[in-house]
Design a protein. Structure first.
Length: 271
């Protein structure tokens, strides 16, 4: 069973070859903002890939909330898009609008952070969303995946942290196994982007528990780590081969982040 689960984790055999344009749409919230709106475009471009990145954003949006908006034909999404490294923001969109905007190569789902480790919070919304997105997406070869979010900082005061007894390790393990189960029970989910595992591994290094800005959103180092994780899974590029880093991250820290992310993704691909 483990072999089956983790065989789904990488897209390295199915993403476009280097030098191609890859269209990525995240159906998420502020955690997808952290992951895809900083660094990812630049990292991919350095390796020869041009990304078009879309983000269906609403703060704190859960799978159930995304599905309710589809059912109600709401236009409450802030559609954030990065083309040629420039971000534009279009409010008042529906998920339908975002799906039709590009022939997306990869579309990801994610749970709201406070619910990410609670299996009962995923269904039936995730199943409904996958079916809906499958029916609307225009690229017949689109790949669906799941963005695994991260546990809160140990000193977080977020009210949702109480669901995990204010214990980072409990929250991390719950998110880890719940996200794996989400992929296992949905054949159309072809991969996991293991940001939660990458951040947790980095917390065990000399950098410590210093990847959140407010106890739950990522700071500059955390956003860089998340972007490296998306890069490795969605493009097949090895983060350790990249040199791009934001100016506010020291080279030695950026190097450590790239190395640890590569280890997480490589370990997953071998299981």
């Amino acid at each position: 069973m483990k072999r089956f689960i983790f065989a789904l984790l990488l897209l390295t055999a199915t993403v476009p070859a280097p030098g191609r344009t890859i269209r990525i749409l995240a159906i998420g919230n502020s955690f997808s903002v952290n992951a895809v709106e900083q660094n990812l475009y630049e990292l991919a471009l350095e390796g020869g890939d041009t990304l078009i990145i879309g983000n269906c954003y609403r703060p704190g949006q859960s799978l159930a909330a995304h599905w309710r908006e589809v059912e109600n034909d709401d236009h409450k999404i802030e559609y954030r898009k990065i083309v040629a490294g420039v971000r534009t923001v279009r409010p008042g969109c529906s998920l339908h609008d975002c799906l039709l905007d590009e022939a997306w190569d990869c579309i990801t789902f994610q749970q709201a952070s406070h619910d990410s480790g609670l299996p009962e919070s995923y269904e039936p919304a995730l199943t409904h969303l996958i079916e809906y997105v499958s029916s609307v997406a225009t690229n017949p070869n689109v790949k669906f995946g799941f963005h695994q979010t991260w546990a809160y900082a140990r000193n977080s005061t977020h009210e949702g942290f109480a669901r995990y007894a204010y214990d980072q390790q409990i929250m991390y393990q719950a998110i880890r196994w719940t996200s794996v189960d989400a992929v296992r029970w949905h054949d159309t989910l072809r991969f996991i982007i293991p940001c939660g595992e990458a951040i947790q591994r980095l917390r065990a290094t000399r950098m410590g528990d210093n990847f959140c800005s407010d106890g739950y959103h990522l700071n500059a180092a955390g956003c860089y780590a998340a972007a490296c994780t998306w890069l490795a899974v969605l493009t097949g590029q090895n983060p350790t081969k990249r040199t791009y880093r934001p100016h506010d991250i020291a080279e030695q820290d950026a190097c450590l982040i790239r190395q640890e992310v590569a280890r997480v993704v490589r370990r997953k691909s071998k299981k």
